[in-house]
Ligand binder design. Structure first.
Ligand SMILES: O=C(O)CCC(=O)C(=O)O
Ligand SMILES: [Fe+2]
Length: 303
């Protein structure tokens, strides 16, 4: 396993529950990804000159979400980039991991209310509760494709050292001490908002946090401006964990393009049988080659 993080940073992730790594990719790689990602959205000038034309962005805080697979190979390869995979393996302490989800998200200041209550990500990434002593739990990541300044909606975190222990009965914590709510898994906890910290950082930063770290998306207070990120999540290769369904996208032509050019390890991260899996026989290799035109399955052959 390649070690991407030095032990001090890994300790910070484990004790505080989140880290922000600047300059994770080299400049040329990052520039290519930013250019491809930006193509999915109006520019700042285009949006603010006629916001009504882009109602898909403003009608809902997740309106600017475009989920994997994308129509660009450089974007498709990013969530399973070898450096990201090594990082995820190191953070989760195992090679037995899966990509749970990936998506580009653009938020435009003034377009929608991006404020969220403090929450954990695990309740919609696993059907049980992470047990970090015994299983790897999960991690969520955001690659910043634009500068995320304090007025452009940085994610806020309650460091684990200041957070209450996870109580699986409560997953969302509201700022207003008097807020009423009908869900029994919501609680009022204004004190947590006193100790939260923003994860602001320049384009190229990679935010990594545990699925049981309290965090929230925040309002964009700038008059204008775009926050562009790619978010993704990894966790254990278990049927009780996940988010998007990759087999359900099997007929999506962007998924087909991704699979054809991906490495065996990239394919494994979205659920393909790995090299050496008993699934692979001369017959199945021929059948999968027939399904995916142009795929090279040499690595799966019995040598
Ligand atoms: O967009 C963000 O900063 C965080 C979003 C988030 O935490 C979520 O949607 O679960
Ligand atoms: Fe979240």
């Amino acid at each position: 396993m390649d070690l991407i993080l030095d032990s001090e940073i890994l300790d910070t992730l484990n004790t505080e529950g989140w880290i922000l790594l600047e300059d994770f990719f080299d400049d040329a790689e990052l520039a290519q990804v930013i250019a491809a990602a930006s193509g999915n959205y109006p520019s700042e000038e285009e949006y603010y000159s006629d916001p009504d034309q882009y109602s898909w962005i403003s009608n809902d805080p997740f309106g600017g979400l475009v989920q994997f697979p994308f129509s660009s190979i450089s974007l498709n390869n990013l969530p399973t980039h070898p450096k990201v995979v090594s990082l995820a393996e190191q953070c989760l302490g195992t090679r037995e991991i899966r990509l749970f989800r990936a998506g580009l998200q653009a938020k435009f200041a003034g377009a929608a209310d991006y404020e969220q209550p403090l929450h954990y990500d695990y309740p919609n990434h696993t059907l049980v509760v992470p047990d970090r002593g015994r299983d790897p739990g999960g991690i969520s990541l955001f690659l910043y494709l634009s500068d995320v300044t304090s007025d452009l909606g940085p994610t806020y975190f309650v460091p684990k050292s200041k957070a209450p222990p996870v109580n699986p009965s409560v997953t969302h914590f509201l700022r207003d001490p008097d807020a009423t709510h009908s869900r029994k898994d919501y609680a009022n906890a204004p004190e947590l908002y006193e100790v939260e910290v923003p994860a602001a950082g320049p384009a190229g930063s990679l935010l990594v946090y545990h699925s049981d770290t309290l965090h929230r998306g925040s309002a964009m207070t700038a008059k204008a401006g775009i926050r562009l990120t790619m978010g993704f999540a990894y966790g254990g290769a278990n049927p009780w964990e996940g988010f998007q369904s990759w087999p359900g996208l099997g007929e999506d032509l962007d998924m087909v393009d991704f699979v054809v050019q991906a490495s065996p390890r990239q394919r494994e991260l979205v659920g393909f049988p790995g090299v050496g899996d008993p699934y692979w026989t001369p017959e199945t290799i021929a059948a999968v080659e027939a399904r995916y035109v142009g795929i090279d399955l040499t690595a799966y052959g019995i040598s």
